[in-house]
Ligand binder design. Sequence first.
Ligand SMILES: C[S@@+](CC[C@H](N)C(=O)[O-])C[C@H]1O[C@@H](n2cnc3c(N)ncnc32)[C@H](O)[C@@H]1O
Length: 259
Amino acid sequence: MGVFNRDNNFISHDQNYNPRELAVQAGINFPTTFRFAVTSKVSISGVRSRGVFSPSQNSDLSRYGVALMEAVFSHPYTLDKNRRILILGSGVGLDATALTKMTNAQVTATDISINSLRVAKINSKIHGVEDQVNYIHSDLLDSVSGQYDLIIFNAPRVITPEVFKKQGLPEEKINKIMTDLKNGPNDLYDYKGVLFERLMRDLPVKTTSSGRLLIMADEHIQVHVPKLYGVKSLSKPLLWDLKNTKDHHFRIFEISPRI
Ligand SMILES: C[S@@+](CC[C@H](N)C(=O)[O-])C[C@H]1O[C@@H](n2cnc3c(N)ncnc32)[C@H](O)[C@@H]1O
């Protein structure tokens, strides 16, 4: 069995598995194995594949994913026994796998991308928790049943034409991207905050009476949080480090729809 070794803070996979081989057998394109940072102190071994959102170039859950997982691990709810946790947009499932290995929580993880879920299941398998993480293919909360104490979302970035303009993209390219985004879901961007609006609408039904959403999101989303919901900022603003978007800030928010 892979173990979480508190001494070196590395969650290694079960050495009886060859992650790349398993991924190839499952028909996954160009799988590569990495050691990914989950928080600044904990890392985990895993597989990623071309064509699915995965922890980025520098092999981190991404700067935002790491910040979010740090907030999750320091959140009083996470480590309590039998807490029901839902990860929206789990990508290649390293957040779900690490959370399952490190806590007693019951973890459900979703993604809109079937390919991401296929890789995620392999990552849970190589860590011996494939039966513990409940993976669901779902567009936001649409196919999720039950209620959760903690919902976690490293959300796609809210995008408007203005943001792309600041990045210096030509008008023609911006129009094409915006049309594509309008026509269907996209794993990286949230067209004008439409996803977030839907999430706010469906959230109360899927949270327990003291349940919360921890979301890494554009700070402008605050204006769309219904007045009845509690909202708290859990982090300082993080800059989106794309070219010319220095005024684009992200934060971790805790949103309580029923408290
Ligand atoms: C920024 S990535 C986060 C991945 C991972 N949780 C992490 O922190 O590294 C956003 C993820 O949300 C997924 N996603 C985008 N839109 C979604 C939707 N409508 N419903 C569920 N997942 C979605 C994407 O496929 C992607 O894997």
